[in-house]
Design a protein around this ligand. Structure first.
Ligand SMILES: Nc1nc2c(ncn2[C@@H]2O[C@H](COP(=O)(O)OP(=O)(O)O)[C@@H](O)[C@H]2O)c(=O)[nH]1
Ligand SMILES: [Mg+2]
Length: 335
């Protein structure tokens, strides 16, 4: 045994450090958790409805709830709403970032710019706070932990604008693609569409969440490959709750039938929710900090270092020039 290796020593009485995990838990519970989700996709694809169905609350207003006389709402700027939801004592502070207007126009050439800017701005804000001399103990986290990307249920393939945007977003955040309003497709069409989308993501080198990274064990990787083979989640959102056998069931009326959105054979809403909230919520938050923010941070700091080195070299050259000029000036020569 090397000198540095600690020797397992038996305890002769109860010390109490087994409460460490409880101490951490109660501190975390008091503080709560921050989770920031962005939704990206054309108007009317059910972004607001999916957020409301995911968190089983009425968090974002959906067009479906507006009066028929209301004119079509098309916000073009990014809007953020904050909510706190509590489940069995666990407090989740939610920031919901809506990007209405994405891809709605005929010319969508630059429609992603505000979205990419928003994501990078949050990294930048966090970095500035982190670099101040007197740092806050808990820096408020507005970094986007998950981007739900809504694909039109056309049944054909991804639009070229979507490919471009997915590429850009996949490099800077955790992107989870979903097929919106998948009740528009038959099960066969849905499978074919999903297959085509996966092929398109792969051939375009688009990285979507989940992906393998160094911090994972075999179990994580197994879950990743299972979810990767399921992407994108074909979702249907709920519009009402009905009672079936005395139990509330969240459904959507389609034609004369009802779709139970929590039935795995009807759609993949449940798979998405379980994956996003029950198994990978912590990993989404963690990878945003340890991978995407870290990469932004190192690029920024490197650029800062380079520009200050350049500035120093410039100052040095100016200083030398000034010295040479004063040494060769007529007054200096005369003296
Ligand atoms: N058929 C169908 N309609 C949906 C679904 N999700 C939402 N909708 C409807 O689509 C309309 C627009 O939904 P909304 O959530 O406001 O879309 P957003 O503009 O993307 O936020 C509303 O009338 C919803 O009821 C779905 O899964 N299937
Ligand atoms: Mg909306």
């Amino acid at each position: 045994m090397s000198v540095n290796e600690p020797v397992p020593t038996p305890l002769h009485g109860y010390v109490g450090f087994d409460t460490l995990t409880k101490q951490i838990e109660s501190k975390l519970l008091r503080r709560g958790f921050q989770f920031n989700v962005m939704v990206v996709g054309q108007s009317g694809l059910g972004k607001s409805s999916l957020i409301n169905t995911l968190f089983a609350s009425n968090l974002l207003s959906s067009k479906g709830r507006m009066e028929p006389s209301d004119e079509v709402r098309q916000t073009t700027s990014i809007t953020t709403t904050s909510h706190t939801i509590v489940e069995k004592g666990v407090k989740l502070k939610l920031n919901l970032i809506d990007t209405p207007g994405y891809g709605d126009l005929i010319n969508n050439e630059h429609c992603w710019e505000p979205i990419v800017k928003y994501i990078k701005d949050q990294y930048s804000i966090y970095l500035r706070k982190e670099l101040t001399a007197v740092r806050e103990r808990n820096i408020p986290d507005t970094r986007v932990h998950a981007v739900l990307f809504f694909i039109d249920p056309s049944g054909h393939s991804l639009r070229s604008i979507d490919i471009q945007v997915l590429k850009k977003l996949g490099d800077i955040a955790n992107v989870i693609p979903v097929i919106a309003k998948s009740d528009a497709l038959t099960l066969g069409e849905r499978e074919l569409f999903k297959k085509r989308i996966r092929a398109s993501l792969q051939s375009n080198g688009i990285r979507v969440y989940p992906f393998d990274h160094g911090d994972q064990d075999d179990e994580d990787r197994e879950l990743n490959s299972l979810v990767q083979s399921l992407l994108p989640f074909a979702v249907v959102t709920a519009e009402k709750t009905v009672e079936v056998d005395g139990r509330p069931v969240r459904v959507r009326q389609v034609g004369s039938g009802l779709i139970n959105v929590e039935n795995k054979s009807h759609c993949e809403f449940l798979q998405l929710r379980d994956f996003m909230l029950r198994t990978n919520l912590h990993d989404l938050i963690e990878t945003t900090g340890s991978m995407f923010y870290e990469s932004f941070r190192s690029k920024q700091l490197l650029a800062l270092k380079e520009s200050s080195a350049k500035q120093q070299a410039q100052q040095h050259a100016q200083h030398q020039q000034a010295q040479y000029a004063s040494a060769t000036a007529p007054s200096a020569q005369a003296a």
